[in-house]
Write a protein of this length. Sequence first.
Length: 321
Amino acid sequence: MGSPAKLSDRLNLPVIGAPMFIVSNPALVMAQCKSGVVGSFPALNARPESQLDEWLDQITRELGAYASSNPHLKIAPFAVNQIVHASNKRLEHDVGLCVKYKVPIVITSLRPPAEVVSAVHSYGGMVLHDIINIVFSHKALEKGADGLIAVCAGAGGHAGLLSPFALIKEIRSFFPGMLILSGAMSTGADVLAARAIGADFAYMGTRFIATHEANAPAEYKDMLVASGADDIIYTPVFSGVSGNYLRGSIVRAGLDPANLPHADKSKMNFSTSGGDEVKVWKDIWSAGQSVTGIDSVVSVAELVQRLRGEYDAALARLTGR
């Protein structure tokens, strides 16, 4: 599974579901994989850390059983996201469990993942590292990452600022390997566009929040449906790192989106003028500009089927077939 072609052979659509803090859980991941797209979750979503063992056991066993019962279907592999940073005291423990369960794909964030690469490669797994510019791309590849996730403008959460046209083109000038594009995609036509400009796979997060299986409040999902691109606020205020968030959730938390306080990189939460504590991810909801393509809350199976239809229709328009 170390090449784009080998991974594509196991998918119904060239899509990787992005790992989302709090939102991604075993139910979402397994529904994505059973529908033929890669499902993923952050290791830190499993709390306490002992729960990660339970989740990996559940996902591995259930997907294995489903594949055995449905040999005619394409069952996608799953992925676990690891935050490679000194602040993540669980990293060694969580990577050890990925080795124990031979997690097919490990997605790394922040620091170049040398020690994670070594561990994952020991059992034949794949490491994908997310980046926002060329400097980080080179660093990840130097440490042995198998592929890059280009997080471009408009992506949910901690997004970059570069246009996908610019970043993908620049990466492809020196890297022929696995390349995944993240940023403002919500339809099958978007997935085809990602491939057309040089990416192997589309990385979709926000669109999967508006599914029945996602671990998100109904109000969050409804807000995605009701929002447009202008309702996405890009700011470093809430986590110390610039990211995209729903305007409606900022207002809901008692804050004025036009007059936000200065960012404090040492804090992951803060208080309103009324003294109420506001927490990023829990109270301030992440979303990308892809909200423009979200018109309903559906099951993962229905969403992937819709994406496949849109992808095929877009391809037919371009080829005339």
